[in-house]
Write a protein that binds this ligand. Structure first.
Ligand SMILES: NC(=O)c1ccc[n+]([C@@H]2O[C@H](COP(=O)([O-])OP(=O)(O)OC[C@H]3O[C@@H](n4cnc5c(N)ncnc54)[C@H](O)[C@@H]3O)[C@@H](O)[C@H]2O)c1
Length: 304
């Protein structure tokens, strides 16, 4: 009898087709409560869940046949991963599915900041023609400092190199192949960069990695781009740095609180924001769906 897969949130159609082509019976049921999920799960050998579906102990206890959980995306906070492992259930996320999407958002923010895209649009909406006031700079020849040189950091570096930027990077682990980047210490990134982009996880050691002291050391012309995780940048200190002119501009995709409500940063002209859309591209989401399906297929096939 074919193994059964329960898909609890929408994923790319290609992912569903891959599961079916591999010979599994796929059911899609979205928006279930924890209780509904727990009641439904016993016959299934695998589940595919996004962040909004919680897979906690009662569901895992009920999931007598479960062998694998696929999570298209990165965060695994919605799954009791350790308990799942104790029960012999393999858990897979798709950490690189949206790497390129995030790298591209970094450049979206860099160019938008330098070229006054929002101010230009707003001025035209107000019937103004302030061409001369919006004179700016090229990113060509500028120094880009990358903090956290993992998957996204590397993709950002490759693209920056194509734009003719000088790339420096810092990571706490040894990087075997730095590509176009020169590996330097954190202080060099902070003091020498024209652009700083963050690509670290939010863990104890990166909480408020950039705060008052670091902003004071940055170039007055520095632009900060943060598409990492809320909490890595001290938002109060950033507000001060932007209002006091310690740095030129900042752009953030991630916030300490999400949604961020009426964050004072939104009142500043030298601040751009996006609502955590780093991974929100059709391509990134399609990749997340197919990678989750691939991992689930491999696990179910391995177990026979
Ligand atoms: N904005 C979005 O929508 C979005 C989407 C995907 C990922 N992200 C976030 O982007 C970040 C990077 O993702 P990734 O896929 O490149 O992760 P990754 O694990 O490949 O790289 C992270 C790097 O940070 C380094 N690091 C850890 N602590 C550090 C420190 N104190 N100083 C310097 N480097 C440190 C690690 O050694 C690692 O090389 C993560 O926080 C991830 O959650 C955001």
């Amino acid at each position: 009898m074919a193994k059964k897969v329960l898909v609890c949130n929408p994923i790319a159609e290609e992912g569903i087709e891959m599961l079916e082509e591999a010979g599994f019976e796929v059911d899609q049921k979205f928006g279930m409560s924890k209780e509904e999920l727990t009641k439904m799960v016993p016959p299934y050998h695998a589940m595919i869940v996004r962040g909004s579906t919680k897979v906690r102990e009662p569901t895992l206890d009920a999931a007598k046949n479960l062998e694998a959980i696929g999570r298209p995306g990165i965060g695994l906070d919605n799954i009791d991963v350790e308990y799942a492992k104790e029960k012999g259930v393999a858990v897979y996320n798709t950490p690189t599915a949206t790497t390129i999407s995030v790298a591209e958002l970094v450049f979206t923010h860099m160019f938008a900041a330098y070229r006054n895209v929002v101010a230009g649009t707003n001025s035209l909406r107000e019937g103004k023609w302030i061409k001369k006031e919006l004179k700016s700079n090229e990113i060509y020849g500028k120094t880009l400092g990358i903090i956290g040189y993992g998957n996204i950091g590397h993709e950002v570096a490759k693209r920056a190199d194509c734009f003719g930027m000088k790339v420096i990077a810092f990571d706490v682990v040894d990087v075997e192949d730095p590509g176009p980047a020169n590996m330097v210490d954190l202080d060099t990134i902070i003091t020498e960069s024209d652009f700083i982009t963050l690509h670290v996880p939010h863990i104890d050691s990166t909480h408020h990695l950039l705060s008052t002291e670091e902003f004071k050391k940055m170039k007055g012309s520095a632009v900060l781009v943060d598409c990492s995780r809320g909490g890595v940048v001290d938002e109060d200190a950033l507000y001060e740095a932007l209002t006091d002119g310690e740095i030129r501009f900042a752009s953030k995709d991630v916030f300490a609180e999400e949604p961020p409500g009426d964050n004072p940063l939104f009142t500043l002209d030298n601040f751009h924001a996006t609502p955590h859309i780093g991974g929100q591209t059709l391509e990134g989401q399609a990749r997340a769906g197919t990678q989750a399906a691939e991992k689930v297929i491999a696990e179910l096939q391995k177990r026979g």
